[in-house]
Write a protein that binds this ligand. Structure first.
Ligand code: SAH
Length: 388
């Protein structure tokens, strides 16, 4: 028995580096039933290695990255700047997968939630949050989650499996295809703990930020974590890997955090904050600290003062998230006056504070409300699409 109650995390060692797939054997991605390799989910470097390993010129890798990620093309026949012989060879040995869209809901505030079906019939949700000048996509990295946070609906499902890098980046490609608009920001705040699916997340971040693929600014790609310290450390050691970091703190004492986020028993608050500090220094950036406000649990003036004291040595911005109701949940959302008072204390202590608006709550698209589909009421509009 694991005394920390975090046996789901074994092995707890730092994951081996993801690397860039250029040395040694070429990267072999997921494959379909006919043994063809899925190119979606490979980084531009991995695509180059793949092309070279199959006797093609190295620049084919770059062309493939542009077709797949910039233009959203899945059919090799359309990739007209690639020589016909190479296209035929690619069609024989490779394929470009696509998530099936199974539903879509639109909130009164413009937030849109998409339900995607994976090749094994499991489903994940993705949320598009349009704002004046940005379109932020909240993506999922796992089916379910192993972290067990008591206030989050995804946690109740347990962990079913990790998403592949292709399944992660395709959420963006399919949303762009369905809406006809470019996504400007990506937040890894959907279903799952991104750093628990370390390799899938790291590869997806590389593809989102690579100039030859999606070319999103590294400041517009935010990975949110419940606090997997060895994985944060590992990410800092990766060559050419950059993203913005958000850490879900949610409590100001270890006693409470142990209770609502079991991961704290392994990586307590002081160790977590030391890692945030290290990240900030290494990246010359300021991490976000997320704090879910649970009425009567962690939202008192005393909590706010304690939070201000705790964060003093760490340069960070604070993101307050008033709790979103979860079916059968034991918690309550604080009223607006309580949220304002909590925020005021942090502002007076000199912090930059963002209070997350409750986007998409009417379609259960808000933080902590995402879940596996079959347990969803059939409110999602059926949307049948041919599976590529
Ligand atoms: N596993 C990652 C990312 C997913 S959750 C993480 O823990 O950071 C994204 C954010 O939503 C986290 O800050 C989490 O604490 C918060 N959250 C989860 N359930 C919530 C709920 N019911 N109401 C409000 N925020 C919630």
């Amino acid at each position: 028995m694991d005394p920390t109650g975090c046996s789901f995390l074994t092995p707890s060692r730092r994951p081996p580096p993801e690397g860039r797939g250029t040395q040694g054997t070429p990267f072999r991605g997921e494959s379909d039933g006919q043994g063809r390799i899925d190119l979606k989910g490979m980084t531009p470097e991995q695509l180059t290695a793949f092309a070279v390993a199959h006797g093609m010129r190295p620049f084919r890798g770059q062309q493939l990255a542009e077709w797949i990620y910039r233009h959203g093309v899945e059919d090799f026949a359309v990739m007209t700047n690639i020589a016909r012989v190479d296209r035929e060879e690619l069609a024989r040995i490779a394929m470009v997968s696509r998530l099936a869209v199974r539903g879509e809901e639109v909130s009164a505030d413009g937030t849109r939630k998409f339900l995607f079906e994976l090749h094994d019939g499991r489903t994940v949700e993705t949320v598009l949050i349009p704002d004046e000048d940005r379109r932020t996509l909240c993506i999922s990295t796992q089916v379910g989650c192993a972290m067990g946070c008591t206030f989050c609906l995804t946690a109740r499902q347990g962990l079913e499996r990790d998403l592949s890098a292709g399944e992660i980046v395709d959420q963006l490609l399919q949303v762009q295809r369905l809406t006809g608009e470019r996504v400007t920001n990506v937040v890894f705040m959907g279903m799952g703990e991104p750093l628990h699916n370390y390799h899938g997340t790291v590869r997806a971040v590389r593809i989102f930020t690579d100039a030859r693929a999606f070319d999103l600014s590294t400041r517009r790609v935010t990975v949110s974590t419940a606090g997997l310290l060895p994985q944060i450390e590992a990410a800092l050691q990766e060559p050419d890997l950059k993203f913005a970091l958000a850490v879900s703190l949610n409590a100001t004492t270890d006693a409470l955090r142990d209770q609502i986020m079991p991961l704290n028993r392994r990586y307590p608050i002081q160790a977590l904050l030391a890692m945030v500090k290290r990240f900030n220094r290494a990246r010359r950036d300021m991490a976000f600290i997320e704090y879910v406000l649970l009425a009567g649990v962690n939202d008192s003036d005393e909590d706010a003062h304690r939070l201000a004291r705790l964060l003093k040595p760490v340069r960070c911005k604070v993101n307050l998230i008033p709790y979103n109701a979860v079916e059968g949940g034991d918690y309550r959302r604080p009223d607006d006056a309580r949220v304002a008072a909590f925020r005021e204390i942090l502002l007076n202590a000199g912090y930059t504070v963002l209070t997350r608006r409750r986007r998409g709550a009417d379609i259960r698209a808000a933080c902590g409300q995402l879940r596996q589909a079959e347990r969803l009421p059939r409110r999602l509009t059926e949307r049948q699409e041919p599976v590529a």
